[in-house]
Design a protein around this ligand. Structure first.
Ligand SMILES: N[C@@H](CCC(=O)N[C@@H](CS)C(=O)NCC(=O)O)C(=O)O
Length: 239
C-alpha cells in the first residue's frame, strides 16, 4: 500500500498476492467511485497513489493515457475508466448487487444524464469554459429534476432500492465535493434545496453508510488540490 503519490523515478510497488490493485489519486472523484464500490462489496484491495503532475514512467505502461483510476484484477488484467471498472466489479463479484433488475434500464439512462452533470462540474472547477457560475448551477439543477422525480417514484432511500447501488455510488463523489464549487469559483452558491427534498434525504442516507464514511474526503482539501493543480504547483502529499 502506497500512501504517498508516486512520481517520475519511483519504483513500481510489487503487487500483493490475492489483492486487487487500484491505481488512484487521493482526491480524484473517479477513483473515489471505485474505492466506494470495492468497499461496498468488501473486496480486498491495495491502493497505489499516482502523482498525476509527474507520472511514473512505469505507470504509462499500465495505463498509456496516464489517468486514474486503473484497476489490476487478480489475474493481472488492467481495467480503466471508473464506470467500466465498477461494472466489471459487478460482473465479477455480483454480491451485494449494484443493480436492481426492475430499474436497471432507467438507471443506465440516468447515468448518461449524470455524465452531463459531471462535465459541467469539471468544466466549472477547471475553468474550461467561461460559463457564469450561477448558470452552471442552474444547468445542474435542471438535470437533477429527473433524479428527484425518480427517487419520488421509487419510494426507496437509494436509487437502487433499500441498499445503495451503481447509480448511488457513481453519483456520490461529486455530491460529496459539491461544496468545493463555491470555493473554487469564488462565488456564493444559490441552489434551491427545497425543490429537491428526496435528493436531500438521499444525501443524509448516503452519509450514514459505513462504506461512504470509510472513503469520505474533505471538500476543502479537494478545493485546495484543484486550485493548486490549476496553478500547476500541486504537492498531493502536503495539501
Ligand atoms: N473518464 C475517466 C476520467 C478519469 C480522470 O479524468 N481522472 C483524472 C484525475 S481525477 C486524471 O487521471 N487526470 C490526469 C490526466 O488526465 O493526465 C474515469 O471515469 O475514470
Amino acid at each position: 500500500m502506497s500512501i504517498l503519490h508516486l512520481g517520475h523515478g519511483s519504483e513500481q510497488p510489487p503487487k500483493a498476492e490475492g489483492k486487487i490493485r487500484l491505481y488512484s489519486m487521493k482526491y480524484c472523484p473517479f477513483a473515489h467511485r471505485v474505492r466506494l464500490a470495492l468497499s461496498f462489496k468488501k473486496l480486498s484491495f491495495d491502493i497505489v497513489n499516482i502523482n498525476l503532475k509527474n507520472k511514473p514512467e512505469w505507470y504509462l505502461q499500465i495505463h498509456p493515457e496516464g489517468k486514474v483510476p486503473a484497476l489490476v484484477n487478480l489475474d493481472g488484467k488492467v481495467l480503466v475508466d471508473s464506470t467500466a471498472i465498477v461494472n466489471y466489479l459487478e460482473e465479477e463479484y455480483p454480491e451485494p448487487p449494484l443493480y436492481n433488475k426492475e430499474t436497471i434500464t432507467k438507471d443506465l439512462e440516468l447515468l448518461d444524464q449524470y455524465d452531463k452533470i459531471v462535465r459541467i462540474f469539471s468544466n466549472c472547477i477547471h475553468k474550461k469554459d467561461n460559463k457564469p457560475f450561477q448558470e452552471a448551477i442552474n444547468e445542474i439543477s435542471n438535470y437533477l429534476v429527473e433524479f428527484e422525480e425518480e427517487l419520488k417514484i421509487r419510494k426507496t432511500p437509494f436509487f437502487t432500492g433499500k441498499q445503495p447501488g451503481m447509480l448511488d455510488i457513481l453519483m456520490w463523489p461529486f455530491v460529496e465535493r459539491s461544496k468545493a464549487l463555491p470555493i473554487l469559483c469564488k462565488e456564493s452558491l444559490h441552489f434551491e434545496k427545497e425543490k429537491f427534498p428526496f435528493i436531500m434525504k438521499w444525501i443524509l442516507e448516503m452519509k450514514n453508510q459505513d462504506f461512504v464514511k470509510e472513503n469520505a474526503e474533505s471538500y476543502e482539501l479537494f478545493a485546495k488540490v484543484v486550485e493548486a493543480s490549476n496553478a500547476g504547483v500541486i504537492d498531493y502529499d502536503n495539501v
